[in-house]
Design a protein around this ligand. Structure first.
Ligand code: DGL
Length: 261
């Protein structure tokens, strides 16, 4: 009886350093509209991009323990930087399944016509062994150009998603990729899809309207469903809902959550 109760109350924990993971949550909601979710924004420690792997691992232990106390049965690291720094450690130390982000190098490499793909991500992700491994596996026949999206996370956290300031910031990291001939650009940080309209505008203004930006969020949502089926994790449709938690000022999370509804 006790087991049945827990099973019905199962919930999914989703974390990011801030609001970026809501770009993943948006896709998860499409495939699990009746789900029960807890979203944790670690915005008191945002950005993660330049933090040490050890620091991020400590934060992920804290957030995982917090989720476990609330009955979370599966956890999504909706953050490329956290996935890179901590998912291997979490899988060793905890029993629940963890779903992580993976920069979409494979579809970009399959789709490119110019033979050049661009990757926009944080410094932590670009340095991590997970990304280096993906490059080795999927980008053997293409050239990869990389840029840290400098200032992108700050724009998204502050809600500045358009206008001259956003365009200038986006252009500084995007233009070098376009100049190198990239026609597929991987969004390797979950904050960046919120900048898609401004990225597309800047690409057009720079004479490259044909460029495609690739967001792995739909693939992550599909993977979550698959893992839940494999592990027999059910979802209650009697207690759907979303709980939003911020380690810092909650206003950015509340504002962005309203935008994705
Ligand atoms: N949204 C995150 C990612 O996917 C982290 C950005 C940051 O905190 O630097 O990498």
């Amino acid at each position: 009886m006790f087991f049945v109760f827990l099973h019905l109350m199962a919930s999914i924990g989703i974390m990011d350093s801030g609001v970026g993971g809501l770009s993943v949550f948006r896709e998860i909601r499409k495939v699990l509209p009746q789900g029960r979710f807890i979203y944790y924004s670690d915005n008191a420690n945002c950005p993660y991009g330049e933090k040490s792997p050890e620091f991020i691992q400590e934060r992920l232990r804290f957030i995982t323990d917090f989720f476990l106390k609330r009955g979370v049965q599966v956890m999504v690291l909706a953050c490329n930087t956290a996935t890179s720094a901590a998912i291997a450690m979490l899988r060793q130390e905890y029993d629940i399944p963890f779903i992580g982000m993976e920069p979409a190098v494979k579809p970009a490499a399959l789709g490119t016509i110019t033979g050049v793909i661009g990757v926009l991500a944080t410094a932590g992700t670009l340095k991590g062994s997970k990304y280096l491994d993906i490059k080795d596996r999927f980008a053997t026949d293409v050239r990869i150009e990389e840029q840290v999206g400098r200032g992108f996370v700050e724009l998204v956290e502050s809600g500045h998603l358009e206008g001259p300031e956003a365009e200038k910031t986006v252009s500084a990291s995007l233009a070098p990729l376009l100049q190198q001939g990239a026609d597929r650009i991987v969004l390797g940080c979950t904050h960046y899809p919120f900048l898609l309209p401004v990225l597309q505008k800047v690409a057009s203004d720079l004479g490259h309207p044909e460029v495609e930006f690739i967001d792995p969020a739909p693939a992550v949502a599909a993977r979550l469903l698959q893992v839940m089926a494999e592990k027999n994790i059910g979802m209650s449709d009697e207690h759907p809902g979303v709980e939003l938690i911020s380690s810092g000022d909650p206003s950015a999370l509340q504002r962005t959550y309203k935008e994705i509804l």
